[in-house]
Write a protein that binds this ligand. Structure first.
Ligand SMILES: O=P(O)(O)OC[C@H]1O[C@H](OP(=O)(O)OP(=O)(O)O)[C@H](O)[C@@H]1O
Ligand SMILES: Nc1ncnc2[nH]cnc12
Length: 178
């Protein structure tokens, strides 16, 4: 079975969560499956190695499940992009809208090194708002966003197109389209 089909069989659709009309993609069955998780991290690290990535940025909270094992697998630093008000010290911040609300994302300024190569990792790209806000923060500090890696892309929401506005040549990996 292809990794795409294997992941499609593991990730569950939950209708009307967290709001009426949303089909929520539940990745918890994948997190409970170490064999499939290792395949996911291997596929992400293949993509990251091709891009000569130097730092992995994980987006709170579900992005952390993939970004930290990926950073450890590659032996490079993990950088946490956290929701508003969670990080101490000097931070850079951006707000954004999502399928079911509004939020802000923040990164500590000392994690962002001018001219170094960053990969943004998350579980899901829906509208692309979260990942785009994260890329804006990184670019503000003159670090380089060299790619985006997602477990799952909700294609009808056109997050890829949103992300590519202003970032047109940045490669985007998604292991499953749903
Ligand atoms: O492409 P977008 O429309 O921005 O949506 C994708 C984001 O939404 C989810 O996070 P959520 O804010 O639900 O938080 P969580 O990871 O803490 O569950 C998901 O983990 C992505 O970060
Ligand atoms: N439909 C969805 N399922 C899971 N995570 C999401 N993040 C944004 N939209 C989502």
């Amino acid at each position: 079975m292809s990794i795409q089909n294997e992941l499609l069989s593991i990730i569950q659709d939950v209708p009307n969560f967290p709001k009426e009309g949303i089909i929520f993609k539940d990745i918890n069955p994948l997190l409970r499956n170490p064999v499939a998780m290792k395949k996911v991290i291997a596929a992400m690290s293949e993509f990251a190695r091709e891009l000569n990535v130097q730092h992995i940025v994980g987006i709170e909270s579900r992005g952390f499940f993939f970004a930290l094992p990926l950073a450890l697998e590659m032996n490079i630093p993990f950088v946490a992009a956290r929701k508003k008000g969670k990080l101490p010290g000097a931070i850079l911040s951006e707000s954004y809208s999502l399928e079911y609300g509004k939020d802000s994302i923040e990164i500590q300024t000392d994690a962002l090194k001018k001219g170094e190569r960053y990969l943004i990792v998350d579980d899901v790209i829906a509208t692309g708002g979260t990942a785009k806000a994260c890329s804006k923060i990184i670019q503000k500090s003159e670090a380089i966003v060299v790619g985006f890696s997602f477990l799952l892309e909700i294609t009808f929401l056109q997050g890829r197109e949103n992300l590519l506005e202003g970032n047109s040549k940045i490669p985007i990996q998604s292991l499953v389209n749903a």
